[in-house]
Design a protein around this ligand. Structure first.
Ligand code: WT7
Length: 571
């Protein structure tokens, strides 16, 4: 494997000497950056917002540059602090207590960021929902978390099946509406009369703060539970990996419905007191380049799926914009193609730094640092303080260049603390002291990690994680569908697309209108990103004798690969 290597960059990076830092760093050192180190009292909202609002040098600094096609707004640290105080008072008035789940089902907007911190200030647990979720996806998450309060818009409220959500006591509507029942709270009205002083709830580092639902290969989405302690690793990685400096303008393109959008779209930059750009509205190459130019974005964190679209948009589009403010670019969520890195060098004049982590890890684990050589196709090296390895299924470490399960030694600060409402599940991720990621990878002799694929059936489409079970379950609800098996099929731009194999109930014919109806059924019932782009009718879905769908077999057949061991196939 004689890949082109991109030399280490020269410059004053926050992490200059990786090897030395690996030797000397301990997580205890990281704690000195926080005020709770002296007081013993913590709240991540204080560290990310209020602390800066109380600092004469930072209080008037723009924390949030918000822009969408129809709205533009800037909020300083002091403004976010006060407004989130007001919102915390609104929540208190409606009986929100420490540990309650308060969910946000909102488009990317300033209100999201204000209410998010309001929730955390009360000691409650925030649960962001991706705005593209449809009824089934919303129901699963609100039911499982037993959310007590939901913050949403009148439009999105239509997708909230309230009759199935007995625990949901209050709904806060951030836009004009016609609801009159006691259950509904008008955001604007209550914010106006709420005080901007609030006694923040001081909590323990191990107290809960955030739940992100994510998909596995089986069962309903799982609530990954994170605690205030996550901030230690978010802070350190914002320093080393995002390489943030006081004057930076930072833009993370991820939606706060996913973990990248909270850990690095909110906490990373704000724990460091750095200005954060949030863009609402749809993707277009012009709008994205324009965002960089308009705000003088210096540090940019995005995803391969978007980068691939920028590549196909062509170099003349890039050339129309002044991107000279950029100094550091990163990517996450899917394998970063070496061709995209090459494009970055030519079109952006920047190295694109791949980073690897997961909802469950809470923060960066394996990354490319600006001060190190990049080996295109490799995710880089574990951050100091983290031990990562390649292990077999029993948790034994494997030698270099051997493929196995990408694993992390348990006990890193940002690690999830449990799976919500699913006792025992958490332990199942760990073997012999190692957290098994479910990704297959190998490590070369120099310690660089190389991603190979998923070991389970989880699908990664345009950087979004989709569980085949969820899609299959939705398909089965359609009257025409008898059986369904769902796989990820490789796709040049989206990484993978969702392909569903279905068999039809008697009386239904394989016709394009029916297939389109089934596709729409998933799209409008579950979510657009989970709707199969390809649907194929087949007589029988291969299953094991115990009735499990053999997705691997469907996939090998689809890709024309050897089908392997089919001895458990139901005859
Ligand atoms: C899965 C986690 C928190 C990151 C955003 C996605 C895949 C993530 C990379 C990468 C190849 C990657 C893995 C991982 N993934 N980063 N740099 N190269 N694959 O978080 O939704 O929890 O998904 O995304 O398969 O297990 P997520």
């Amino acid at each position: 494997m004689d890949m082109q290597r991109i030399p280490a960059q020269k410059g004053k990076y926050n992490l200059q000497d990786y090897d030395k830092m690996r030797e000397t760093f301990s997580w205890e050192d990281a704690k000195k950056h926080f005020s709770w180190n002296e007081t013993g009292k913590v709240n991540i909202a204080y560290e990310a917002v209020d602390r800066h609002a109380q600092n004469p040098k930072l209080k008037d600094k723009v924390a949030l540059y918000y822009s969408s096609p129809d709205r533009e707004e800037q909020l300083t640290f002091e403004q976010i602090s006060k407004k989130s105080n007001q919102f915390a008072n609104v929540l208190k008035k409606h009986d929100v207590q420490k540990g309650d789940r308060v969910f946000l089902f909102l488009p990317r907007s300033p209100e999201f960021y204000i209410s998010f911190f309001g929730i955390i200030k009360t000691g409650a647990i925030a649960g962001p929902l991706f705005e593209a979720f449809m009824e089934q996806a919303v129901r699963d998450r609100l039911q499982d978390s037993e959310a007590k309060v939901l913050i949403t818009t009148p439009d999105l409220l239509e997708r909230v099946p309230q009759k199935d959500l007995p625990e949901l006591k209050k709904i806060i509507l951030i836009e004009n509406h016609n609801e009159t029942a006691d259950k509904y709270i008008d955001y604007k009205e209550e914010m106006e009369s709420a005080s901007s002083d609030f006694d923040i709830e001081w909590v323990d580092l191990e107290d809960g703060m955030l739940i992100h639902y994510t998909s596995g290969s089986t069962g309903k989405p799982k609530g990954v539970y994170h605690v205030h302690n996550i901030m230690i690793q978010q802070y350190i990685t914002a320093e080393w990996v995002l390489d943030l400096k006081d004057d930076d303008v930072y833009w993370c393109t991820a939606d706060p419905g996913w973990v990248t959008g909270t850990s690095y779209g909110i906490f990373g930059p704000w724990l460091k007191g750095v200005s954060n750009v949030v863009r609402g509205g749809r993707f277009s190459p012009e709008a994205w380049y324009d965002t960089i130019e308009k705000y003088n974005v210096s540090v940019w964190y995005t995803a391969p799926t978007a980068l691939r679209k920028l590549v196909s948009a062509g170099e003349d589009v890039v050339k129309r914009f002044d991107l000279s403010s950029l100094r550091h670019v990163m990517s996450v969520g899917e394998p970063l193609n070496p061709e995209v890195i090459t494009w970055g060098l030519e079109a952006l004049n920047h190295r694109i730094h791949d980073t690897w982590w997961m909802t469950e890890t809470g923060a960066h684990i394996i990354v490319n640092f600006p001060s190190q050589e990049i080996r295109p196709g490799s995710m880089g090296k574990p951050i100091p303080g983290i031990e990562a390895s390649i292990v077999d299924n029993e948790g034994n470490e494997l030698p270099p260049n051997q493929m196995g399960n990408l694993a992390i030694k348990e006990g890193w600060p940002a690690m999830m603390r449990k799976i919500w409402n699913n006792p025992g599940k958490f332990e199942s991720y760990f073997v012999n002291g190692w957290y098994l990621s479910g990704d297959s990878a190998y490590r070369d002799e120099d310690g660089y990690f190389w991603f190979q694929g998923r070991l389970d059936d989880v699908i990664n489409t345009s950087g979004e994680r989709v569980g085949p079970f969820e899609v299959e379950s939705k398909l089965l609800e359609h009257p025409a569908v008898a059986e369904a098996g769902v796989i990820g099929k490789p796709h040049p731009e989206r990484g993978e697309i969702i392909k569903a194999f279905i068999s039809l109930n008697e009386g239904y014919e394989d016709a394009s209108e029916l297939l389109e109806d089934i596709r729409q059924f998933v799209k409008t019932g579950l979510s657009a990103h989970a709707a199969p782009r390809e649907l194929e009718v087949t007589d029988a879905i291969p299953k094991t004798r115990s009735g499990k769908i053999m997705r691997r077999l469907l996939k090998s057949r689809e890709l024309g690969l050897p089908t392997g061991d089919t001895s458990t196939l139901e005859k």
